[in-house]
Design a protein around this ligand. Structure first.
Ligand code: HEC
Ligand code: HEC
Length: 217
C-alpha cells in the first residue's frame, strides 16, 4: 500500500513537471519548439503588453508595427548590430536563442494587433509636430516624415520604414537622439540625414513636438 502511494506521488510530480514543460505554456526562450505566439503572450507581454500596446514608454509599442521591421530589429539585437543602450540592456539577452521561425511568428503576432494611440491636450505642441510630420522643417533639410513613414505614419516599404504613429512620445524622442548623436542603429543612415540635416539640424523643441504629435495619431 505504502509503495503504491509513493509511486502515485512520483507520478504526480512527473505530470506536474511535464505540464510546466509543454510548449503551449513555456516561457523558455531557449527552447526552439515553443511557438512565437506563446513567447509573445508569456514573455514579451511583460514589457510590450499582451496586445503589443505597452504602458511604460521605456518599452516601445509593437502593436501594428510592420512585420518585416520587427524581424529585422530582432535579428539586429541578436547579432548585436543594434546597440543603443536600452536595446542591449533589454533585448540582446532576450533575442539570443530565438530561431528564424520564432522571429517570424513573433512578428506576425505583434504586427496583427491593433495600435492604441496615446492622448495629449497640448494643442500648441501638437500643431507644431503635425506641421513637421506633414511638411518637414521649413528652411532646413529635414523632409516631411510622412514622405517615408506614410501619410498616416503606419510605415511601409516592406518594413524598411517602421510605423511611428501611436508610438510613445518618449521612445520616439529617445530614438531621434540615438540617430542624431550615435551610430548605434545600423539601418539609421536615412534617419541621420533627417535628424542632422544640413544646414539646419532638428532642435530639441522640434523633436519634442513631432514625437508628441506622432504618439497621438
Ligand atoms: C524586460 C523587458 C522586455 C522584454 C521581456 C522584451 N522586450 Fe523588446 N524591448 C524592450 C526595450 C526596453 C526595448 C527598447 C530598446 C531601445 O530603446 O532600443 C525593446 C525593443 C524591442 C523591439 C524594437 C522596437 C522598435 O520599435 O524598434 C522589438 C521588435 C522587440 N523589443 C521585440 C520583443 C519581443 C518579440 C520580445 C519577446 C520575445 C521582447 N521584445 C521582450 C524590453 C523588453
Ligand atoms: C528618407 C526617409 C525617412 C524620412 C523622411 C524620415 N524617416 Fe524615420 N526612419 C527611416 C528609416 C529607413 C527608419 C528605420 C531605421 C532602422 O531600421 O534603424 C526610420 C526610423 C525611425 C524611427 C525609429 C522607430 C522605432 O520604432 O525605433 C523614428 C522614431 C523615426 N524614424 C522618426 C522619424 C521622424 C519624426 C521623421 C520626420 C522628422 C522621420 N522619421 C523621417 C526613414 C525616414
Amino acid at each position: 500500500m505504502k509503495r503504491i502511494i509513493i509511486s502515485l506521488s512520483v507520478l504526480g510530480v512527473v505530470l506536474v513537471a511535464a505540464g510546466c514543460n509543454t510548449t503551449e505554456s513555456s516561457r523558455n526562450l531557449a527552447d526552439p519548439m515553443v511557438p512565437g505566439k506563446v513567447l509573445a503572450q508569456q514573455v514579451c507581454s511583460n514589457c510590450h503588453g499582451i496586445d503589443g500596446n505597452s504602458i511604460n514608454p521605456t518599452f516601445p509599442k509593437l502593436a501594428g508595427q510592420q512585420a518585416e521591421y520587427i524581424v529585422s530589429e530582432l535579428k539586429e539585437f541578436k547579432s548585436h548590430d543594434r546597440s543603443d543602450p536600452a536595446g542591449y540592456q533589454y533585448m540582446w539577452g532576450i533575442s539570443r536563442s530565438l530561431t528564424d521561425k520564432q522571429i517570424t511568428e513573433l512578428a506576425e503576432y505583434f504586427s496583427s494587433q491593433k495600435n492604441r494611440p496615446d492622448k495629449s491636450d497640448n494643442a500648441k505642441l501638437l500643431a507644431e509636430g503635425e506641421d513637421i510630420f506633414k511638411h518637414g522643417i521649413p528652411g532646413g533639410q529635414t523632409p516631411a516624415c510622412a514622405t517615408c513613414h506614410g501619410k498616416d505614419g503606419a510605415g511601409g516599404g516592406n518594413g524598411v520604414f517602421p510605423r511611428i504613429a501611436g508610438q510613445h512620445a518618449d521612445y520616439i524622442a529617445k530614438q531621434l537622439w540615438v540617430f542624431k548623436n550615435t551610430n548605434q542603429r545600423p539601418d539609421g543612415t536615412l534617419m541621420k540625414v533627417i535628424t542632422n540635416g544640413i544646414p539646419k539640424s532638428i532642435t530639441p523643441e522640434q523633436i519634442k513636438a513631432v514625437s508628441l504629435y506622432l504618439s497621438t495619431i
